[in-house]
Design a protein around this ligand. Structure first.
Ligand code: PMP
Length: 329
């Protein structure tokens, strides 16, 4: 799924945040320099976690709805010489898909490790851990994988593993990746199970079933479906006169589409109307986009043209009820 041969690829009982916090606590020591690329909410949270560890945090802000260039990242790496760089591949708060091509090699040329958040992008876009030289990659079970919430999937490169092993103290016992990996027998073939904490067996069984579905359909086909249905949604939203938040098509995350709330329309009432009348839930903005956008999730089994058609019908109705000038949308 992560397109990796890393032996250290396993699950943590906990949500996507557990993957983020595990990576940060296992890699950073106090006073280490940490650069967080801030596309939206997630880069801020990664920065907070690193600050809580007394790391020296540098935020690299990205204009809302846009992605960052390799040149801008290179300048930050040269200036700050961080130990670790965080980047969110698919940012669900801004709807952006950050290209990762060349980023790992760039980090490694500057002696930095690369941490990638693929919670919202796994199966919505290709995630090539080895080819892109990603050091720690994490995702969640509940998004495009279509499994219940409660598991973080994580993979650690040899380079990152060596850095973790060099540390004197790992500040979290529960999220100690070496101990969890030992329980998963990542690099030992011990006969007996090495207990670390009680795993969420029911969630693991559900994830197993979700992975069976993925392997039967193929990763490529699932990514293609997310992209096709998302392109259809984007085109239909534009046909309805609405404006997409991320201007550059190439940089749109297929699994979370952000659309601007038209002037004069009450965002909350529209969402309420969809829920009450169609059982459809879309989100409001998150972070800086709080009251200005809707966020439409298209993930796993929900990513169908049928669902898009109902949503567009419902949205047109909800908007027309509020704004006579927009009633012809
Ligand atoms: N990163 C991204 C990009 C996310 O979209 C999310 C969840 N929306 C998270 C991290 C956190 O995941 P969780 O809610 O499973 O802890």
């Amino acid at each position: 799924m992560f397109q990796t041969r890393n032996k250290y690829t396993f699950c943590i009982t906990g949500s996507g945040h557990a993957g983020m916090e595990a990576a940060i606590t296992n890699l950073l020591d106090p006073d280490d320099v940490f650069v967080s690329v801030v596309h939206g909410v997630w880069g801020e949270r990664a920065a907070t976690m690193a600050a809580n560890m007394n790391a020296r945090v540098v935020k690299l802000p990205v204009k809302l709805g846009e992605v960052i260039s390799l040149d801008a990242i290179e300048a930050a790496l040269a200036q700050h010489k961080p130990k670790l760089l965080y980047v969110c591949h698919g940012d669900s708060s801004t709807g952006t898909l950050q290209p990762l091509n060349g980023l790992g090699a760039l980090c490694h040329r500057h002696g930095c490790l690369l941490l990638v958040d693929a919670v919202a992008s796994l199966l919505a876009a290709p995630v090539a851990m080895d080819a892109d030289e990603i050091d720690v990659l994490f995702s969640g079970s509940q998004k495009c994988l279509n499994a219940p919430a409660g598991l973080a999937l994580i993979s650690v490169s040899d380079r990152a593993l060596a850095a973790i092993k060099r540390k004197k103290i790992i500040a979290s016992f529960y999220l100690n990746l070496l101990k969890i990996a030992a329980a998963w027998k990542c690099d030992n073939d011990a006969e007996s199970y090495i207990y670390h904490n009680t795993p969420a067996i029911s969630l693991l069984m559900a994830l197993h079933e979700a992975l069976v579905v993925v392997s039967e359909a193929s990763i490529e086909r699932i990514i293609r479906t997310h992209n096709e249905v998302s392109s259809y949604l984007q085109a239909e939203l534009e046909r309805a006169g609405l404006q997409l938040f991320v201007r550059n098509k190439q940089h749109r995350l297929s699994s979370v589409v952000l659309v601007k709330v038209p002037a004069g329309v009450n965002s909350v009432s529209v969402r309420r109307y969809l829920l009450d009348n169609y059982d459809i839930e879309i989100s409001g903005g998150f972070g800086e986009t709080q009251n200005t956008v809707w966020r439409i999730g298209l993930m796993g089994a929900n990513a169908t043209r049928f669902n898009v058609d109902i949503l567009i019908k419902a949205l047109r109705e909800a908007i027309a009820r509020q704004s006579p000038t927009l009633s012809k949308l």
